[in-house]
Write a protein that binds this ligand. Structure first.
Ligand code: F6R
Ligand code: MG
Ligand code: MG
Length: 380
């Protein structure tokens, strides 16, 4: 049977700042999807990660189905109404347009979708991240699908011996989808060369080269590029099929032990380590740390099992302690150097405005002035 997995997510309001949606908001969105999607969907799972609500929906309408996208849009609209009634912070934040127009892409919510012929047993992992952007998945996907230091299957499983192909998007190109397809292992250095720049080049999908099967998809939209001004970070979602010809669940999780530094956290303008957290976690220290949840499922004839919370295990408590230390370390240097994002990535206009004002006060020294450090001479 051909099944489509669609994840559509948005931040439509939260309690106490950009922290966590209210239970009533989540319930409203979930009830809406279940009732209005009765005929459309085979199943759904609604969760939150930080201030974002994600709808994981299974159906048979393929990717980019206007009906599915409209259902999600309407559910977030219904949620926004409740968020406004409750006075939640940032109510309707990610719904950038007044009306739905065929696809949530470009309207604010993030989405990632994959369609495949179900295997007799079909395990997959759903990741959702908050206070960061889509490039946060670059390193984990590279390590899981292309590096035998994390994916033993690349050496041990003949099913994976041909490797995987990466479709990478240039997210700075806003006039259309600018993408490149590169093959691992032959083009590993080219892949790395692009993926080192998380803000510009983002893994959109990964396919197995043995069967040209879809293995992973990431939401690549950048709110920054859609709205022009700050509207929140993109808080990306990702789906990964696991086992058999794909990396095992544990190989997919292995890179999350690193807590690699990603863009995001406070005001979407800093670097912080990505912390694997339990499902439905809130946000805390310095509007972060950037957080990722992982839910494992099996899907059969479009029906989902209950989720397994992948980061709810004693091992990840140890990781969280280490990541907290990394978060505290980089915060020691406040705005300096790599702690704050470069000029082009700042999500707020304050620094840009200030630079404009300061620019008019800069002088270019004449040679005679240089000898006196360029300062006006005063009487001794
Ligand atoms: C980052 C984020 C928060 C806010 C910060 C200020 O993605 O959502 O760090 O940027 O809390 O929020 P405002 O400007 O809404 O007061
Ligand atoms: Mg928010
Ligand atoms: Mg968010």
């Amino acid at each position: 049977m051909r099944t489509t997995l669609s994840v559509i997510k948005a931040d439509v309001g939260s309690i106490g700042g950009h922290i966590k949606p209210s239970a009533k908001l989540k319930e409203t969105v979930e009830r809406f999807v279940r009732e209005k999607g009765k005929k459309l969907l085979l199943d759904c799972y609604v969760s939150s990660t930080g201030d974002d609500i994600a709808l994981l929906m299974t159906h048979q309408h393929g990717v980019d189905s206007p009906k599915i996208h409209e259902l999600a849009w309407d559910a977030f609209m219904a949620g926004t109404k409740v968020a406004k009634e409750q006075g939640l912070y940032g109510a309707g934040q990610d719904l950038l347009k007044d009306a739905f127009s065929g696809n949530v892409r470009g309207l604010g919510p993030g989405s990632c979708e994959m369609e495949f012929e179900e295997r007799p047993n079909e395990p997959f992992v759903f990741f959702a991240a908050d206070k960061t952007d889509p490039g946060a998945y670059n390193l984990p996907l590279y390590l899981s699908f292309a590096d035998p230091m994390h994916c033993a299957g690349l050496l041990l499983s003949p099913k994976m011996a041909k490797g995987f192909s990466f479709t990478i998007m240039d997210v700075n190109h806003t006039e259309g989808d600018r993408v490149i397809e590169l093959n691992a292992p032959e083009e590993l250095y080219d892949i790395a060369c692009l993926l080192r720049d998380n803000e510009r080049f983002v893994v959109e999908s990964v396919h197995s080269r043995a069967g040209n099967e879809i293995g992973a998809v990431v939401s690549t939209s950048r709110l920054h590029n859609i709205a022009g001004t700050y509207t929140g970070k993109d808080d990306p979602v990702c789906l990964v099929r696991v086992q058999g010809g794909f990396p095992a669940t544990g190989e997919i999780l292995s890179p999350y032990r690193i807590g690699h530094y990603v863009a995001g956290t406070m005001r979407g303008s800093h670097n912080g380590p990505l912390m694997p957290v339990k499902l439905n976690s809130a946000i805390s220290f310095f509007d972060g740390p950037p957080s990722v949840t992982g839910a494992a499922f099996c899907v059969h004839a479009g029906k989902l099992t209950e989720p397994v919370d992948l980061f709810d295990h004693p091992f990840w408590d140890w990781v969280r302690n280490n990541v907290s230390q990394k978060a505290a370390e980089i915060r020691q240097q406040g705005f300096s150097g790599p702690a704050m994002l470069p000029y082009s990535e700042l999500e707020y206009g304050g620094v840009v405005e200030k630079m404009g004002q300061l620019d008019t006060r800069f002088i270019v020294r004449k040679q005679a002035q240089a000898a006196g450090n360029g300062r006006k001479k005063t009487a001794a």
